[in-house]
Design a protein around this ligand. Structure first.
Ligand code: FDA
Length: 322
């Protein structure tokens, strides 16, 4: 099992805060050579910049027997026109997922469609997406963001999911409040459980630790007992093994979900053993923060990123899925 040293934890915290510096992000965006180099590293985790890149990778994985999630990357959108543009892109994605007969779920941050500007705007954009997704037979999944947004995200989720049951929600096991949030979800819903990607104060959250893993397992079991459809979204093999040993594999309400490019060997192994598994694919221009998060949460990826930036063959993670 991967044991995180203090040095790794410091690296993770430093990279996550560097990733959020707008000056560095614009430097990367405005320096063509640097942008090109980092794009080579991002290709391990992001399918490309265009919708077509996401849909093509999703189709390849679907043909191999995986369910998929698709995300048009973006968050904290700061003006209304950009929120509307994101909604238009997501509607086109829903339409294409349907046309390609993908067993797809469209995932997104509510702050990409207005939450950072106005709760009403996020709500009405979500209602529009949920209606169109329901007509197309596609699931919509709300990601979970920083804890300062959790109350608003859960309120909007409850309101919209009571009308459109095709809408699901992500819960973060690292937040101390999450067992209560799970218990408060009134009717059987679609729930994704993740550890949590954001830097949070220890007052509100647990660090990566055996205690967090125990919390994760308890949450997954308790969500299944409550009758929810549950995505066990982790690459942590010890958690997956523990849940399988506890019989989760025989529940028709449980599936495993992993990020594209991360542990394709483990995804392939679970699929070969007959477990339902979903791969979470992303695309879009906003790949920089996403890349930093993937490196920060597993520092050895920095070495892989360096190799990928100088690789002339190009990175094709989709081929690693069996
Ligand atoms: P952990 O970080 O403890 O890693 C366990 C092991 O998994 C590592 O030892 C390593 O072997 C492997 N691993 C993990 N990350 C890796 C990486 N980047 N590269 C290579 N190996 C890696 N978060 C959030 O806050 N809000 C959200 O909405 C979502 N949504 C979401 C959807 C899906 C489908 C997934 C899988 C994850 C998310 N996340 C998320 C991210 C999540 O919170 C978490 O940061 C990552 O999944 C990493 O945590 P693990 O559970 O894998 O455990």
């Amino acid at each position: 099992m991967h044991n995180r040293s203090d040095l790794e934890k410091q690296f993770t915290a430093a990279l996550k805060s560097i990733a959020r510096r707008p000056d560095l992000k614009s430097y990367v965006e405005q320096t063509p050579q640097l942008n090109q180099i980092l794009r080579g590293a991002a290709a391990r985790y992001v399918t490309g910049e265009a919708r077509q890149d996401g849909v093509e990778a999703a189709s390849e994985l679907s043909a191999k027997g995986y369910a998929v999630s698709l995300e048009y990357i973006g968050e904290n959108t700061a003006d209304v026109a950009k929120c509307e543009a994101a909604v238009t892109e997501m509607l086109a994605l829903i339409h294409e997922a349907r046309q390609n007969e993908l067993s797809a779920r469209v995932s997104f941050d509510l702050s990409h469609i207005g939450l950072s500007l106005d709760t009403e705007l996020a709500y009405s954009n979500l209602m529009n997406l949920a209606e169109q997704a329901q007509k197309a037979g596609i699931e919509l999944f709300i990601s979970m963001e920083e804890s300062s947004k959790t109350d608003r995200i859960l309120t909007i989720f409850e309101q919209v999911a009571s009308i459109y049951p095709n809408v699901g929600i992500t819960l973060q096991a690292h937040l101390k409040r999450t067992p209560q949030d799970l218990a408060a979800i009134s009717s059987p819903s679609r729930i994704r459980i993740v550890k949590g990607a954001y830097q949070e104060s220890s007052e509100y959250s647990l660090p990566r630790s055996p205690a967090l893993n125990d919390r994760y397992v308890e949450l997954a079991q308790s969500a299944l007992r409550q009758g929810h459809r549950v995505s066990i979204a982790t690459h942590d093999e010890s958690i997956i093994e523990q849940l399988l040993n506890q019989g989760v594999g025989s529940s028709s309400n449980a599936e495993f979900e992993m990020l594209y490019g991360i542990r394709p060997d483990l995804s392939s192994k679970l699929k070969a053993a007959g477990h339902p598994i979903r791969i979470y694919l992303t695309y879009g221009h906003e790949w920089y923060l996403y890349l930093c998060h993937r490196i920060a949460e597993y520092p050895p990826n920095l070495f892989q990123a360096v190799i990928d930036t100088v690789s002339h063959e190009g990175v094709k993670p989709v081929q690693s899925y069996e």
